[in-house]
Design a protein around this ligand. Structure first.
Ligand code: PA5
Length: 448
């Protein structure tokens, strides 16, 4: 059974033939992807990636993961954007919600760094690591990203000081470009084990490369199953699958049809706190892929029912420019029944004997009805259970849909020219060598 997309609560806001009208455009978009004729066609390595990953490669990743697992109580994953969000999504979705409080001798604690420039964050992390046997996975495709490089310099030094050069060499792994960048230079010079990020896979499409697979394996999860789920979704969304049976095609069509009707904001919704980072990964995937040329649906996200008590008001009653896509997990992995209480002081005996998830599901259904009544189109992605296999399906489903959707919008889905603007200013302000002219210009501007 695959994940299922239901668009009936969205199409009621559209003309009867609105989705069908997208069929030829979606087909053309899919063919352009397959034939490599779309904009950004040098970044299509993710398209048939799941089906091309071999058991040997999974074995090599698991073997390296095992070295880290055997030699580290804590593993720090240094990376930002596409170089960390996918791994964090899967690890948080599958881990115990209180993982960091468990005295789990089987699995190392996974920490994330290099995704911000918070001095307190780094200071507190380094202090926590001071008495730990820790290792580092340094992930950067360019190998030069400031946030990650900064954290890695600190972590490398601390690891060498604490554990000695030889052990540091064993527990530091690089995931980077085959040739370019400082991360590659360092890895080669120090003799770190390293994995290559293929040239033709962009950051936000790289979770099924070692960028995501290695940290996920280190955390103790089954990467073969993750890849199997993605490979099955690759088949389910292939170019020869009829339009209405292809969930990625239908999702891409539906969100673009809604956008054309003035629904400029899409809100990804979950009802499981463990999926918070799926929101973050999805926001990056869609925001960085589509938000260009002054176009693009703004990707927002909420965790329900938590955010029903905050953003719920806006969604129910605010400006009618939004639609929702809900990720619904059919079966939780645990079972908790509400107990009966003789005194019933809290008045909750009407729930006695019910599962907590039944209440969650009724909250979900009640919210869907209320939001649709309030003018918010609603799509729903139903996922049988939260495990590696279905996370693999979800990842590939969204990647494929994003690439079709970007094509429908008429943008290059795979570039991100807009992210350079802040870097240029930051480097100019920090007097980075090579930025002398920009430094001068920016100072003149600030001193005006
Ligand atoms: O999607 C992207 O390409 C970006 O978000 C990158 O993943 C991010 O900027 C990190 O880049 P790098 O892996 O080069 O450090």
């Amino acid at each position: 059974k695959n994940i299922q997309l239901d668009i009936t609560k969205a199409t009621q806001f559209l003309q009867a033939d609105a989705i069908a009208a997208y069929e030829p455009k979606v087909k053309a978009a899919q063919e352009a992807l397959e034939n490599g004729t779309c904009p950004g066609n040098d970044f299509l390595g993710w398209l048939h990636l799941p089906s091309s990953i071999t058991p040997d490669f999974i074995g090599e990743l698991n073997a390296t993961a095992q070295v880290l697992r055997e030699n580290c109580e804590v593993v720090v994953v240094a990376g930002i954007g596409g170089s960390y969000l996918g791994a964090r999504t899967v690890i948080e979705a599958l881990s115990n919600s209180f993982q960091w409080l468990l005295n789990d001798k089987k699995n190392p604690v996974i920490l994330f760094a290099g995704n911000n420039i918070g001095e307190d964050y780094l200071a507190e992390m380094c202090a926590y690591l001071a008495d730990k046997k820790f290792g580092v996975i340094n992930i950067s495709k360019s190998g030069t990203t400031t946030e990650t490089a900064l954290a890695f310099r600190l972590l490398k030094k601390q690891c060498e000081d604490q554990r000695g050069k030889d052990m540091a060499r064993k527990v530091i792994v690089a995931v980077t470009d085959a040739q370019k960048g400082a991360a590659r230079t360092t890895a080669d010079k120090e003799g770190y084990k390293s994995f290559i990020i293929p040239d033709n896979v962009g950051g936000r499409f790289s979770v099924l490369t070692p960028v995501g697979l290695l940290p996920i394996a280190v955390a103790g999860f089954d990467i073969a199953q993750l890849v199997a789920g993605a490979a099955d979704m690759e088949k389910a969304t292939a170019v020869d699958v009829p339009f209405m049976e292809n969930p990625s095609a239908v999702y891409a069509a539906c969100r673009n049809a809604l956008y054309a009707e003035g629904k400029k904001i899409e809100i990804l919704v979950n009802y499981q706190p463990k999926l918070h980072y799926l929101n973050e990964w999805w926001k990056q995937l869609y925001g960085e892929s589509e938000g260009k040329d002054q176009k693009g649906i703004f990707p927002a996200a909420v965790d329900f029912t938590t955010d029903l008590h905050s953003m719920g008001q806006w969604i129910q009653d605010g400006e009618r420019t939004i639609f929702e896509t809900v990720i619904s997990i059919e079966q939780p992995n645990h079972k908790v029944l509400f107990p009966s209480d003789d005194e019933n002081l809290d008045g909750l005996n009407f729930l006695a004997g019910k599962r907590v998830d039944e209440v969650n599901k009724m909250a979900e259904l009640g919210t869907q009805l209320a939001h649709v009544d309030g003018g918010v189109p609603n799509m729903r992605l139903s996922v049988p259970v939260l495990n590696e296999y279905y996370l693999g399906q979800i990842i590939y489903f969204f990647e494929k849909a994003c690439s079709i959707s970007g094509n429908l919008l008429g943008v290059n889905t795979f570039n991100q020219p807009g992210v350079e603007a802040y870097k240029k200013n930051m480097f100019a302000l920090l007097n980075k060598p090579g930025y002398e002219k920009e430094s001068e210009a920016i100072r003149a501007r600030l001193n005006k």
